[in-house]
Design a protein around this ligand. Structure first.
Ligand code: DGY
Length: 328
């Protein structure tokens, strides 16, 4: 590519990232900052050398087909790639990259915040005052939650974020348990004092808190199925900062409503951006804390994600393999 490559960015990015991208590339920004329509995405793929989508864009086979022959790279501004048909992209000769590693700490912080917030009824207590409800002052029996120290945390997916959650939870006195496709190296297990459960079912039945930290792939779709969720103890909590599709959300709602699971902290949903009204009702009752997909929402993470996108683009246009290639 001799001319500056045409880079289409689907959403507003942090100012510094946009400025740098404008300097380096023929960058076409989405000034609306609203998710592009499927037709606009098809048009973008048809005209761009490089597409920079986010998790709110479905980069499906139709978008990829439109980019065949012209589009060289899909450099997603995200760690997750479940919104992209990576297999179709690979078949069309289009490289896909993501932004791993730079949002680990912030996503783990948000996970820990939910692990704390749900059993300690943080949001319920805060809302009580903000909404102006009567408060008779401190009471020995009011707003009682559950202690974290000494409890068992079961992490589903022991990648970067899962490990960073383990570090935090240990500092709160929780014991660490995990299930992962592959057992992590012994040094990692030793450092985290983590117990490996080959059987997810057995782990689910024993834990006080479950944290979902695995990517959403065809293999992990509804990994936390109705059958598996039923294995959880009635006094256990579940937290999800990964992707909504990893949990059978309808089944989770039923179990929360019937009291067979004590509570949930959810930053992600099966159908974003509108969470199931039944979840909203449970949140109003205080059993559930809902957040609008904020795991990586810090200035630091978002700038670092932008820097990763830029590095991946520059490597590709300089004829090298971008460092964060995603394989089908
Ligand atoms: C990701 O990067 O996949 C997050 O879910 C959004 O930042």
């Amino acid at each position: 590519m001799k001319k500056k490559p045409v880079v289409v960015v689907t959403r507003k990015l942090p100012e510094t990232v946009e400025t740098r991208m404008r300097e380096l590339f023929d960058t076409r920004l989405n000034l609306d900052d609203r998710p592009m329509s499927p037709a606009a995405l098809v048009e973008a793929a048809r005209t761009a050398d490089i597409l920079v989508p986010t998790v709110t864009d479905r980069i499906d086979a139709a978008v990829i087909e439109a980019g065949r022959g012209q589009l060289k790279l899909i450099a997603t501004f995200s760690n997750g790639v479940d919104h992209i048909d990576v297999k179709a992209a690979s078949e069309a000769g289009i490289t896909v990259t993501n932004t791993p590693g730079v949002l680990t700490e912030d996503t783990a912080d948000m996970t820990m915040a939910l692990i704390l917030a749900v059993p300690r009824r943080l949001v319920e207590g805060a809302r009580h005052l903000v909404e102006g409800h009567a408060w008779d002052g401190w009471s020995p029996t009011w707003m009682l939650g559950r202690r974290l120290a000494g409890k068992r945390l079961g992490i589903v997916g022991m990648g970067r974020i899962g490990r960073a959650v383990a570090v935090r939870a240990r500092a709160f006195g929780m014991s660490i348990h995990y299930h992962n496709r592959r057992r992590v190296p012994a040094e990692t297990e030793d450092a985290l004092e983590a117990t490996y459960w080959e059987s997810l079912d057995q782990m689910l039945a024993r834990m006080d808190v479950i944290s979902v930290n695995c990517p959403h792939t065809p293999a992990t779709y509804h990994l936390l199925s109705a059958r598996r969720l039923k294995l959880m103890r009635p006094d256990a909590y579940i937290v999800n900062t990964a992707r909504g599709g990893v949990i059978d959300e309808a089944a989770l709602i039923r179990l929360l409503e019937s009291g067979e699971i004590a509570g949930a902290g959810l930053d992600v949903f099966e159908h974003e951006p509108v969470p199931d009204p039944k979840l909203v009702r449970l949140a109003q009752q205080g059993r559930v804390v809902l957040l609008p997909h904020m795991g990586s929402a810090t200035i630091e993470s978002r700038i670092a994600m932008g820097e990763k996108v830029i590095i991946n683009i520059r490597m590709l246009i300089d004829g090298h393999k971008p460092p964060d290639r995603v394989l089908p």
